[in-house]
Ligand binder design. Structure first.
Ligand code: PEP
Length: 250
């Protein structure tokens, strides 16, 4: 089957303010016809900027996403943001199960799956994150950990249009450390096998992103690995030039 259309996604985490719309506008400006023909771009700003970015993005072809959503559509959940609210603000994707959410907020695989389902109920595409810690990798358990997270976090049904998976080794996030291409290849092949086993042929079309210290300098090494269908970029997505340089790998 054909290779899925690559997706380069930026996760701004808890960074940025209304002046950051200039950075987002520069990303849009750099998303020229050549880039557009090769790769899809997504920026996930903090929740406070979703509406602003959603308005700026209209007609640009660059997608806007949330960084998390509640499992419920509305109700008495002070401080939380729901998937329908993100959709209403202009989002078309939402990251769920990022390792920082799993660690800081105790999100279990079951919670992550519920969030992925909530996202799809609101017609958002969930970007479900999985990845092992340093200790788990050193213990030789990276593949088992990732397979278990997939089994627990993914929806019952999925296809290339309604699910994205991101492999983000926790020890590579924000550290400048990256797995070797061989390590990336091993995990991405295992994720592909799990997706095909679970969803049949549709599993071949689901984008599997690599995330963890992706920079312009290492984009070629990481993104040229088979079954890597794009990147989830943290720090380097905060500068338009860096983010565009990563996307320009394609
Ligand atoms: C992330 O948190 O999704 C991420 C990949 O961060 P960084 O690129 O900064 O390692």
């Amino acid at each position: 089957s054909a290779r899925p259309r690559p997706l380069v996604a930026g996760n701004w985490k808890m960074n940025g303010n209304k002046l950051s719309a200039r950075v987002f506008a520069a990303i849009i400006q750099g998303y020229d016809a050549a880039l557009r023909s090769k790769v899809e771009l997504l920026i996930c700003p903090p929740a406070t900027l979703t509406v602003t970015f959603g308005v700026v993005a209209v007609g640009s072809g660059v997608s806007v996403g949330g960084q998390d959503c509640h499992v419920k559509a509305s109700g008495a959940h002070t401080g939380d943001v729901s998937a329908p609210q993100l959709a209403d603000a202009g989002a078309s994707y939402v990251i769920v199960g990022h390792s920082e959410r799993r660690a800081d907020h105790g999100e279990t695989d079951a919670v992550v799956r519920a969030k992925a389902l909530a996202a799809r109920d609101a017609w958002l595409t969930p970007v479900v994150c999985v990845g092992e810690t340093r200790g788990q990798r050193e213990g030789g358990n990276a593949l088992d950990v990732v397979r278990a997270q997939l089994a627990g976090s993914l929806p019952e049904t999925a296809n290339g249009d309604d699910l994205v998976v991101a492999y983000e080794p926790v020890w590579a996030i924000g550290t400048g450390l990256t797995p070797t291409p061989a390590q990336v290849a091993e995990v991405h092949a295992a994720i592909r096998a799990a997706l095909v086993e679970r969803y049949g042929e549709a599993g071949a079309a689901i984008r599997i992103l690599y995330g963890g210290s992706v920079k312009p300098d290492n984009a070629f090494d990481l993104l040229s690995v088979s079954h890597v269908d794009g990147a989830l970029v943290g720090g380097a997505s905060l500068e338009a030039a860096d983010f565009l340089a990563i996307a320009d790998y394609y």
